[in-house]
Ligand binder design. Structure first.
Ligand SMILES: *Cc1c(COP(=O)(O)O)cnc(C)c1O
Length: 395
């Protein structure tokens, strides 16, 4: 048995999503741009998917653009807002130090192209405030980009408040909602969101399918030039199977959101209580303002990677930092931004649950992690020094 607790990295495709996709890998193969009947049938399905996303986000169908995923949506949102700003001589962008690399690396590229970027510090609870955003705004600010929920520590940002600050200042507001979509209620109107990214594989849809919401009047700049698909903003024949799978998964996730959140929160809180009972272990991020399925702890005196390998042997798939940083020796930029010292950030464990996790799986995790941590500490020279008082405990 595998206990899959790495749903912030990716999720299993749901049965509903798979069922929506299969016909488009079979009998429905028309090109939505073709004028004949098979093409028009495909075009109808494409627009049905667009309408579904719009409905659940409080958007209009013409504000929905399909992309290849969260990374592409983030790149296009940031580049579009930057281009609109540059036209008015505004070349300053506000974002945060704990964004996903799809945002941070795009911002680095924009810096090389002459934009200046302010990255907000992350408070110890992992929740950025609207006041921080307001204080960072300058007359030449063209864009604020703050993620809806963080992918490592799961903390939920005050998006409606930040959106109100941006709207009042006349600055475009983008949110990377990849971790939030399908898990938290989103209303682009009420939250004053101008640009929003989401990705299907984080809510039980297929990989390689994403969506970018752009409020009417916010002109997207294409990253890919070619045909007139997606109203000329994203060329290339649409991946209809993946888009339909994404729409079906999103609808399913939105409909069962409240029920699922309640069940996941109960499992999450059991995990948090059990894991923080391990001596010298702390929770990263606010205990309540976090995604229903996210647990992230730092455990002193162990290496996250050793822990992951031993958990994998015990049939538990978890993560240390993000999937993108594991495999490198650098500690997570998110935990560093949270103020964790390097040696503490190295000993992190992220467990991210989904609707498919069962309470018995949480029992298995709670039996296994403390045992593995004890073993790893017993063979760790660092832990020995900490216990002898040769160096101070940091947690
Ligand atoms: C997964 C993720 C992305 C990237 O999405 P892809 O569809 O994998 O490109 C971007 N932002 C956040 C917050 C994520 O969790």
């Amino acid at each position: 048995m595998i206990v899959y607790a790495d749903n912030a990295a990716t999720t299993a495709v749901s049965e509903a999503a798979l069922a929506a996709m299969l016909p488009c890998l079979g009998e429905i193969y028309g090109n939505p741009s073709s004028l004949h009947t098979p093409g028009q049938r495909a075009a109808e399905l494409l627009e049905e998917a667009r309408g579904g996303f719009a409905r659940h986000l409080g958007a209009r169908p013409r504000e929905i653009y399909f992309t290849s995923g969260g990374s592409e949506s983030d790149n296009q949102a940031l580049r579009s807002a930057a281009a609109l700003g540059a036209r008015k001589g505004k070349r300053h962008i506000v974002s945060t130090a704990f964004e996903h690399h799809a945002v941070l690396h795009t911002l680095e590229a924009l810096e090389k192209e002459g934009f200046s970027v302010t990255l907000l510090d992350i408070p110890p609870d992992g929740v950025v405030t609207a006041e921080q955003v307001r204080a960072a705004l300058r007359p030449e600010t063209c864009l604020v980009s703050v993620m809806f929920a963080n992918n490592e520590i799961g903390t939920i940002q005050p998006i409606a408040d930040i959106g109100a600050v941006c709207r009042e200042a006349g600055v475009l507001f983008h949110t990377d909602a990849v971790q939030a979509a399908g898990h938290l209620p989103i209303d682009v109107e009420a939250m004053h969101i101008d640009l929003l990214s989401l990705s299907a594989h984080k809510f039980h849809g297929p990989k390689g399918a994403g969506m970018l919401y752009a409020r009417q009047g916010v002109a997207l700049q294409p990253l890919i030039y070619g045909g007139a698909q997606e109203r000329g903003r994203r060329a290339g024949t649409e991946n209809l199977a993946a888009i339909r799978g994404a729409a079906a998964a999103f609808q399913e996730a939105c409909r069962s959101m409240a029920e699922e959140a309640a069940a996941l929160t109960a499992l999450r809180d059991r995990l948090i209580a059990g894991l923080t009972a391990i001596p010298h272990t702390v929770l990263n991020g606010d205990p309540r303002r976090r995604l229903p399925g996210n647990v992230n702890v730092c455990i002193e005196g162990i290496e996250g990677e050793s822990l992951l390998l031993m958990l994998d042997d015990a049939g538990i798939a978890a993560s240390s930092g993000s999937a993108c940083t594991s495999g490198s020796l650098d500690p997570s930029h998110v935990l560093l931004a949270l103020g964790r010292p390097h040696e503490v950030a190295h000993g992190s464990l992220r467990l991210s649950l989904s609707r498919y996790n069962r309470p018995e799986e949480v029992d298995h995790i709670l039996e296994t992690v403390p045992r593995v941590v004890s073993y790893l500490r017993s063979i760790s020279p660092v832990w020995d020094e900490l216990e002898r008082g040769a160096r101070p405990h940091l947690i």
